[in-house]
Design a protein around this ligand. Sequence first.
Ligand SMILES: Cc1ncc(COP(=O)(O)O)c(C=O)c1O
Length: 929
Amino acid sequence: MTKSSGALRKRKSLSHYYNTSQYRIDTWNKLKSLARRLASGEGKAKELRKSVADLIAYLAPIEVYWAFPGPQLILQLTRDAEHKDFEALANRVTRVAGALMSGEYRRKHINLADPRGFEADKEEVADSGTFAETDRTRKRIYFEVLIVDNLSQNQMDAQRISLANMRRDEDQFTYAPVFVSSLDDALIAVSMNHSIQSVIIRYGFDLHSENDLPTLKTFLAKARREDIETIDSSEYGEVLADTIAQIRPELDLFLVTDRSVEDIAGRVGSTCRRVFYNTEDYFELHLNILRGVQSRYRTPFFTALKEYSRKPTGVFHALPISRGKSILKSHWIRDMGEFYGLNIFLAETSSTSGGLDSLLEPSGPIKEAQDLAARAFGATHTFFATNGTSTCNKIVVQALVRPDDIVLVDRDCHKSHHYGMVLAGAQVVYLDSYPLSQFSMYGAVPLRLIKQTLLKLRAEGKLHRVKMLLLTNCTFDGIVYNVQRVMEECLAIKPDLVFLWDEAWFGFARFAPTYRQRTAMHCATTLRNRYKSAEYRTEYQAFQRKTAKLATDDIDAWLDCRLYPDPDQVSIRVYATQSTHKTLTALRQGSMIHIHDQLYKSRVEESFHEAFMTHTSTSPNYQILASLDVGRRQVELEGFELVQKQVEMAMVLRQNIMTLPLLNKFFRVLTVGDMVPEKYRQSGIKSYYDPDHGWQDIWQAWEGDEFCLDATRVTLFVGTTGQDGDTFKNKILMDKYGIQVNKTSRNTVLFMTNIGTTRSSVAYLIEVLVKIARSLERELEDMSPVERRIQARKVKSLVEDLPPLPDFSRFHDAFRNDLTGQVAEGDSRSAFFLAYDAEHCEYLSLDEQELDRAMDSGRDVVSASFIIPYPPGFPILVPGQVASPEIIEFLRKLDVKEIHGYRPELGLRVFTEDVLNRIMKSKGGASDG
Ligand SMILES: Cc1ncc(COP(=O)(O)O)c(C=O)c1O
């Protein structure tokens, strides 16, 4: 192989991994099997030696970014190979590959110095300058510390020893240093090495890496500041700190400088944990490193609950299960105690004192836990909820929306928002998402439609009544908005607009840099900083000049402009609700509300408190609260690693389905090109992964496209099997193979990966899909001509004959307060409560002619309830909405069994003509039918 083709191979193979650390582990495993063959004398020695040397050379530039096993071991392996000591080489490689796979090196010391491999670990090895093992240190949690400095090998060794000598018995954690000597290397290290928790940035390091990793060039070009080549080298430290904070905001950064420490501390105070002046005080540094990690590791409420459960207490309140009392003494329910273990009952309490706290008025460990969560998720305030995002959504809506305020809502949002609108008495303007009729699902709301609605409301003089824009990011199917762009352009029209981003499915997104840029809290901070900057003022002035002559009501002209808010008028008011339990570690119903609202203190705090009181139980579940606290600790320390692995798992699944010919025959993974129409993909990228190019383009798409796709969700098109999504899910995946999925459409099933998804679970799913494909293939082969025709008809109906997805029709005039203008906001609340009186309602059967006759005669058929088919899981009709022929056709063609609000034996619950006429008369008009 020539040098350049070797480099090409290296580039291609690395680019096929979303997660470089997975590439690294796979390469070590490959090296292990070759080294073992070489040691045992199997195969052609010369070729094996060459392949082993090549793999060591591939790993060498990667290992410089890890403390374990570290660059020293690569040198040792090279020496073993040169001395033809293949036994020692194979032992060492086997040890490393095993420790990396199992993560064992993060729990105990692995002795790689001894060429006997596994044997050596059986002995206690005191190795000065590395890790002296004692029983205590075994239990310590291990991490790595990046030191950015220009050091000789001797200096590095001396520093390693100095830091190792600082360890004390009482330390809770242990760490090993990774040394790099340039800004580029530091960026690569923090993006590749998820074990790094702290970074010490010294001075005098270089800008560029000597390490040639071509696949990381794109990453570096994105990560580095654009003007980096023009910056004075004395500023590299500060610039590096800022850039790392963009990539991994959770890391503790320590800046060591030889310049005025006070000046620098003022500038980097928000990104750096501490600034040191030219320190050689390793003990101080060591303590700060441990303290930084400890402050993320701390779980105030979980710890308080554990402590409380250890205290002897007498229980004289209404909680018989507390301390397991009602269970352990029982003759009949002891199995419950045996199943759960005692701890959960010891921790079961409703006490708000004795070291615990009250969720309704937190001032102790719950408050602290919430504050830590706010830091972790980038919010100014965070609130925990023990009854899901369904409740969080209602809390936020009630806290901000008064009766008669106008709220713009995406029509296919979760039902909790629709109920929230009823409770708040909002005037709702439903916004339609773009349809994906070929897959019987909806996308998301185009920015143009949102702007157009706001511009029309402005032209109609109603803008002052508009309070909130409510969108789901990301959607169940994984469509992700360009959050920053949406907020910026909307704020240009309504500078104090409140945004509620339903991030029920997006809690994990903050912990991966690509995803983070599309989260509500990140964008809130970015926009707030942007509007304070002088550069933005210049941008805004240019926009003002460009639009100076546009008339306010020239909606089309405004729509064609990129809009910029006035920095002197704008307020950042952003709320996000997250089902922590859906995507991170938390018990069911554990959710969080994150807030970045500049006006929170002055305008919202009181009403938020009331709304929180309205919806929160006075007996919140402490186990759920503790799990939220622990879930926060986890993401601050390993979120980056877990999310990368999760995306990697989704990629492995995609890759297998795309490349196995048997699977290809029946299944297709939908790409971003399938789920986001071309006009919303400005990058032109159709697939984030393809078998030829790997994962190259995801950054570009996520940076600029109007919509992108969350790659952790894999939507599988199953129409070609002749089974609809629901049957495929229940009858095949669940009943036959025990695989759970929670969303389907007429011809798709959605596989969600999560931070707990393992390679084995992905392998099992692929195995199952192969089995299903094989059995389908056999069935098809054995079919009679008649059966074949029936099968072809089924496939056609699932692939071609899909009912068009209906848009929101309109509110009946009886439920509209203001009949002027083009934007028809409606009042689902009055319709909702009107339906409480049975005499106002009647039933029209979907199956009978009566409904068609009524509609043909010109009668407005107006829904008296929410009609929510599963899937898609959002209301196809809301109270007060006129049923359109398209909606009726859609309902008739739906083949799902679960339609909430609809009783097939009775029909659609609609308002009587009589009651509608009466309301219209009282408004001084005739029914609009
Ligand atoms: C978009 C969206 N928001 C909110 C919720 C409700 O969340 P929870 O189950 O935490 O109450 C869901 C549930 O599926 C959802 O899909």
